[in-house]
Design a protein around this ligand. Structure first.
Ligand code: GLC
Length: 440
């Protein structure tokens, strides 16, 4: 019985042996093919960026798409606070300490000069060659260029815009304002009749956003901080512009006192909840207002900022650029990711979903984008004419002077003359110590 079983097993083994050998033979070919899809070595790059105010899932899907197209590279995105000043502080501390904990850095338009001068960024001339640069808006390209080299690729662009409640203006028979005086008049009339509605909200907290706002009033009154590459703060146009900002709150009372502590997101929430008639903000807010369930869906209009009359309004140039840390251990993979995020198709996807506005000019003619966001066509001109803050590696030192001075004007602690005199004295010294600023 035992013998019979043994011979049975032996026969079965001998009859399956050829199959087994064939299988081993084939497997030896199949295995290397399979491992080509899943590379032996996986590299993780870390991408640091500010909080995404728009559609987070869409942003994550874009990163996953990169990973799918680049087997072997994983991206860990690490979120920093939304405030530009806090993000700047994080980078200064970590890059001073030569940290290699992150590879791709998202930089505000005002930092690239400083970071490039400090030697914290890899040169990206090969990633962003001259013929590519022509396809992008001029302002951000200037911002990423330092002493003839390119140190980042413009990712998305910002410029200050006026948001208004279309429905309310129509109901009371007004057109959107072209001058600041009109804005005040309309805001006063409508808020007198609509309870619980603020007239005009903007960013007045002591931070970089306040500088962006203040520049727009000064420029739209024919002033500005710089003239011919030199600081010229104490000008009558600037005095009147800052006095107007103060008066919006304390004299005309169309802006609530809370604007003196408000950031982009504070004002976006107020306007988005239907509690303000006008708002100054960057373009990202529009997509959020048009989302399903938004209290102001279909009720929001967007236009260029007003002026003091006579000249055109002015927008501050903002936006974010992608660079690669000098201390990255995976520069090739990091550059690949920068190329991907700044490509035509990804910029388009980000515009459609998250609301970030493309730095590539051709996208403003893209039929799909224009259909989804009809006002985008008009934005091309706003971005072309948006004005840079002084382009100098010492800008962050300069803004440390500007922020408290501007804040004390809108809070009524200093007169515009006092603040501008102090800016002239202290910011002037900073610029003289470095290179002359090239901004306006
Ligand atoms: C936006 C702009 C940036 C600006 C900041 C101020 O993020 O893109 O350039 O410095 O707002 O809060």
């Amino acid at each position: 019985m035992l013998e019979a079983t043994k011979s049975c097993i032996k026969t079965a083994f001998l009859s399956t042996l050829p199959c087994l050998l064939l299988f081993i033979f084939l497997f030896s070919f199949i295995t290397p093919c399979a491992s080509q899809d899943r590379p032996a070595r996986e590299t993780t790059i870390v991408f640091k960026h500010g909080k995404i105010a728009g559609d987070q899932r869409a942003f994550r899907a874009i990163i996953e798409e990169f990973e799918r197209r680049n087997p072997g590279i994983r991206v860990r995105d690490e979120v920093l606070p939304s405030s530009t000043d806090e993000q700047h502080q994080f980078y200064v501390i970590n890059l001073e300490g030569r940290s290699s904990d992150f590879d791709v850095i998202s930089m505000d338009v005002i930092w690239v000069q400083e970071f490039a001068r400090a030697g914290w960024l890899r040169r990206l001339d090969h990633v962003f060659p001259p013929r590519e640069r022509e396809l992008f808006f001029r302002g951000p390209v200037d911002a990423v260029t330092f002493e003839g080299g390119v140190y980042a690729v413009p990712w998305y662009i910002d410029a200050g815009l006026l948001y208004y409640r279309k429905d309310l203006l129509e109901r009371y028979g007004f057109s959107p304002p072209d001058t600041w005086a009109e804005l005040v008049r309309i805001a006063k009339e409508i808020t007198a009749r609509e309870t619980g509605l603020y007239g005009f909200v903007w960013q007045g907290k002591q931070y970089e956003g306040l500088v962006c706002n203040a520049m727009e009033y000064m420029w739209s009154n024919g002033g500005g901080l710089m003239a011919d590459g030199r600081l010229d703060a104490l000008r009558e146009e600037n005095v009147r512009a800052l006095a107007f900002m103060h008066d919006l709150i304390h004299e005309y009372r169309v802006s609530p006192e809370l604007v003196t502590t408000a950031t982009e997101e504070t004002t976006r929430h107020i306007f988005g909840n239907g509690r303000a008639l006008f708002m100054r903000n960057w373009p990202y807010a529009w997509n959020i207002f048009e989302r399903e369930g938004s209290a102001v869906k279909g009720k929001v209009g967007v236009k260029t900022l007003p002026s003091f009359g006579g000249g055109p309004g002015a927008s501050t140039l903002g936006g974010w650029q992608l660079g690669v840390s000098r201390y990255s251990k995976h520069p090739a993979e990091a550059e690949r990711f920068v190329r991907f995020l700044t490509s035509y198709s990804v910029q388009k996807e980000l515009a459609l979903t998250v609301g970030y506005k493309p730095t590539r000019k051709a996208l403003y003619l893209d039929p799909e984008l224009r259909k989804a966001q009809p006002f985008i066509a008009g934005l091309r001109r706003v971005f072309e004419t948006a004005r840079p803050r002084p382009l100098t590696p010492f800008y962050m030192m300069m803004t440390q002077v500007l922020q408290p001075e501007l804040s004390s004007v809108i809070s009524g602690l200093k007169t515009p003359e006092e603040a501008l005199r102090s800016i002239q004295r202290h910011a002037g010294r900073i610029l003289e110590a470095g290179e002359p600023g090239r901004g306006r």
